[in-house]
Design a protein around this ligand. Sequence first.
Ligand SMILES: Cc1cc2nc3c(=O)[nH]c(=O)nc-3n(C[C@H](O)[C@H](O)[C@H](O)COP(=O)(O)OP(=O)(O)OC[C@H]3O[C@@H](n4cnc5c(N)ncnc54)[C@H](O)[C@@H]3O)c2cc1C
Length: 413
Amino acid sequence: MADVPSESPVVVVGAGQAGLAVSYELTARGIDHVVLERDRIGQTWRGLWDSFCLVTPNWTMSLPGAAYAGDDPEGFVPREDIVRYLEQYASAFGAPVREGVGVDSLEPGSTGGFVLRTSAGEVHAETVVVCTGAYQRPHRPDVAAALPRDVLAIDAKDYQDPAALPSGKVLVVGSGQTGCQISEELQESGRDVFLACGRAPWLPRRVDGRDIVSWLKETAFFDTTLSALPSPAARLGANLQVTGRRGGHDLHYRTLQAMGVRLLGRLAGLEARRAHFADDLADSVAFGDARYADIRTLLTEQLAAKGVTAPELPDPPPFHADPPRELDLAGFGAVIFTAGFRPDYEHWVRFPAFDGMGFPLTDNGSSTVVPGLFFCGVHFMRKRKSAVLFGVGEDAAVVAQSIAHNRLHALPT
Ligand SMILES: Cc1cc2nc3c(=O)[nH]c(=O)nc-3n(C[C@H](O)[C@H](O)[C@H](O)COP(=O)(O)OP(=O)(O)OC[C@H]3O[C@@H](n4cnc5c(N)ncnc54)[C@H](O)[C@@H]3O)c2cc1C
C-alpha cells in the first residue's frame, strides 16, 4: 500500500501530464505536496488502443523543464513512449506521486480546508488541485440505449485492436479523431466499416514540408480562449481529424471514403435491429470544409503579419455520397462509440463548483466558487491548448503561482 500522509498542505489528484506539470511547478516553488493517482502515471495514455500513436508531433512532448530532446520532432511516437516520457519526467524531479490511490470523494473539512476520502484513508489538505483528465466520461447518444443486446457495444476506451472484436461488420459512431483512426484500422484489417459521421474540422497532415500543428503553433490558434468560441457548447466540439500512425498521414471523411469506409449521417434512432441515420452527411462534410477554410484564412493572415509565407492549402475536392438512411444490424459484430467525452467531476467533488455542462467554474484555474480548489488540464480552461501536452505547462505554472501567492498571504503575521 502506498505511503500516504493523513495531512498535506497541497494535494494534487491525478498523475497524467497535468498533475505532473503542476507537481513540477509546486516543487520549483518549494511547496510541499503529494500527488494521488488511482492507477499508474500516464494511465490514460496506457489505456488507449494498441496501435495508438501521438497525434500531435513529438516536439509537443514538452512539459515544463522537459523540452523534447529526441531526434524526430515531427514524428509520432507510440503510446508506450508517451508513458515513458511521463515516467521519466516524474522521476527527474522526484514527483511525490502515490500510485494506486484513488480519491473517492473531495469534501469540505470539518474545520476548514478539504478532506479527501481515498482508497488509502482520509487525507486533509488546505489546497487541492484536481487534474483528473481532459476527456473524462465517454459520451453516447441517447439512442444508443436501444441497441440490440446481442451486438457488442463499447466505447473507444475499451477498444484494443480489430482481433479483439467479435467477427462481422462494425458500426463506428462518431467521426472525430478517434472514430477516424479506429475506422481506418478496422477497414485495413478487412472488416466492413460503417462510420456514422458528425461534425469535425479536418486538415492535411503536412504542408510545404512541415507538420500542420507546427504551422498552427505559429499562429494564435492554440491560444483561442473559451469566450472566443461561437458558443460555450462549442467546447465539446471534435478536435482536428488527422492521425500520427505510420509516420502520420491525412485521415478525414474523404480519405476514409476512398479506402472503402461507408460514411453515414448521424445515428438518429434504433428500432429492433434497424439503425436510422440522419440526412446530414453532406452538411457535416461542409462544416469540416468551412473550418478548413477558416484555418486557411488564419494561416494566411497571421503568418503574413509575421512576415512568413503561408503554406499553400489546396481547395478540397468535391464530396459525393449517397449514404443509406437505414441499416439492418444483422451481421454486425460490434458498435463502437467514439462520440466525444463529457466532464465527470460532480459524482466525487462534493462542491457546487461546476457549470451546466459539468466544467469547473474557474478563473485561471482557481475555482471561482471554492477558495483553495484548483483545476488543471481542463479542455479550454484558459486556452485551446490547456489540455494538450505542449499547452498544459503554461496553465500549471499559473496555478502553482496562485497557490504560492495564497500561501504567502495566509501566513500568520
Ligand atoms: C484518444 C486521445 C488522443 C489524444 N492525443 C493527443 C495528442 O496527440 N497530443 C496531445 O497533446 N494531446 C492529446 N490528447 C489530449 C490529452 O493530452 C490527453 O487526454 C491527456 O491524457 C490529458 O492529460 P491529463 O493529465 O489532463 O489527464 P489524464 O492523462 O487523463 O490523467 C488523469 C489521471 O488522473 C487519474 N485519476 C482520475 N480520477 C482520479 C481519482 N478520483 N483519484 C485519483 N486519480 C484519478 C487517472 O487515472 C489519470 O492517470 C488526446 C486525448 C485522447 C482521448
